[in-house]
Design a protein around this ligand. Sequence first.
Ligand code: SF4
Ligand code: SF4
Length: 146
Amino acid sequence: MLLNNIKNFLEDIFLEINNKLFSSKYVVRGKCKRCGKCCRNILFSTKEGYVKSEKVFKQMQRKYRYYRNFRISGVISDKLDFQNGALTFECKFISKKNKCLIYPIRPIFCRDYPNINPDLIYNGVEMLDGCGFYFDVNKKFKEYLK
Ligand code: SF4
Ligand code: SF4
C-alpha cells in the first residue's frame, strides 16, 4: 500500500508538470458528476487506428493481460467519421452504482482523466454527453483585447 501511494504521488506530480508544460492553451473546468460514462465508453487504438473488431480486441487481450479488465460495451457511429465504427469498452471495475472498485490503485490514465490533448480538441473531440467537465481556453476574454 505504501509503495502504491508513493507511486501514485510521483505519477500525479508527473501529470501535473506534463499538463502545465504541454497543455497551457487549454484548461479543464467543471466537476465530476459520477455518472460512470467515462468508464463505460473507452476507446482503444493500435497502430492501425481505433479498435473496430472483436477479433483484434481478443488478440490484444491474449497479448496483454491489462485488456482483460475490459469488455465491449458498444460501437460508435459519428457524423464526422472520426471514430466511426470504433468499439467502446467498459471497465470491469465499475460498480452498478458507478463506483470504481479499485479507486486507490486505479491506473494513471484514470487519474489523469479528463486529460488535455490539444490535437484532439482541434479536431472537435468533446467530453462525453452529460459529463460535468469541459475544456476551456486558458485565457480570459479581455486578455485577447490587449
Ligand atoms: S463522464 Fe465525466 S461526469 Fe461522468 S464519471 Fe466520467 S468524468 Fe465524471
Ligand atoms: S479502473 Fe476505475 S476509474 Fe478506471 S476505468 Fe475502471 S472503474 Fe473507471
